[in-house]
Write a protein that binds this ligand. Structure first.
Ligand code: HEC
Length: 183
């Protein structure tokens, strides 16, 4: 009788151990699955986030808003500003008059600096859209444009906005072209 009871007890223990182990196994498996799936979800989440970020970045042009130092900032671009190879003499003459009123207090037509740089060679240093944008919209360009900032360091004066109309600006550009030898 004792023996039977002992056997039963041992069997019971063994069984309990067996079940316990099985339970433990189950738990471990469950836990690993959880961890693995959590990892996957975590990585997946990150992936989504980074694609969202990159698509957002490509919408805005990638990082900080791009600045084109050949074009400057303003409404003029190589597409909207077309120049003839030849000079438009009446336009240039009108431009010289406007510049006489609004620009020559600070600019010479030689390469000599007055308050601002001399205009000689300016149409070779800068593109036509850059000049048009700069003279109609100097403030943001003095803030952003590397060339304008370099000039500011030399001149120590910010060129004030002269409130030029589109025509004024175009006429002055034609005068600058004449000053640089275009005929
Ligand atoms: C109060 C002085 C002042 C007046 C007036 C002025 N400018 Fe300027 N300009 C400057 C200064 C100073 C710079 C150099 C950039 C800076 O420091 O802001 C400059 C730069 C420029 C440049 C760039 C030159 C280069 O070599 O790249 C152009 C083009 C220009 N001015 C055109 C004009 C025109 C056109 C007018 C008249 C409508 C005018 N400026 C009136 C002071 C002046």
């Amino acid at each position: 009788m004792r023996l039977v009871i002992m056997i039963l007890v041992i069997k019971g223990r063994l069984c309990r151990d067996y079940f316990y182990q099985k339970k433990l196994m189950k738990k471990t498996i469950l836990l690993t699955t959880c961890i693995i799936s959590a990892l996957f979800v975590g990585c997946g989440g990150n992936e989504n986030k980074s694609t969202a970020e990159s698509s957002q970045a490509s919408e805005t042009g990638g990082g900080p808003p791009s600045y084109d130092p050949k074009r400057g900032e303003g409404k003029y671009s190589p597409e909207t500003l077309t120049l003839k190879d030849q000079l438009d003499a009446p336009l240039a003459e009108s431009g010289e008059k406007i510049a006489g009123v609004k620009c020559f207090s600070c600019h010479k037509v030689t390469d000599e600096k007055l308050v601002g740089p001399g205009w000689k060679g300016v149409t070779k240093r800068r593109t036509p859209p850059w000049i048009m944008n700069f003279i109609t919209n100097p403030d943001p360009m003095i803030d952003k444009d590397p060339q304008a900032q370099a000039m500011l360091e030399l001149c120590l004066v910010r060129m004030p906005n002269q409130n030029l109309t589109d025509e004024d600006a175009r006429h002055i550009l034609e005068f600058m072209r004449k000053n640089d030898g275009i005929k």
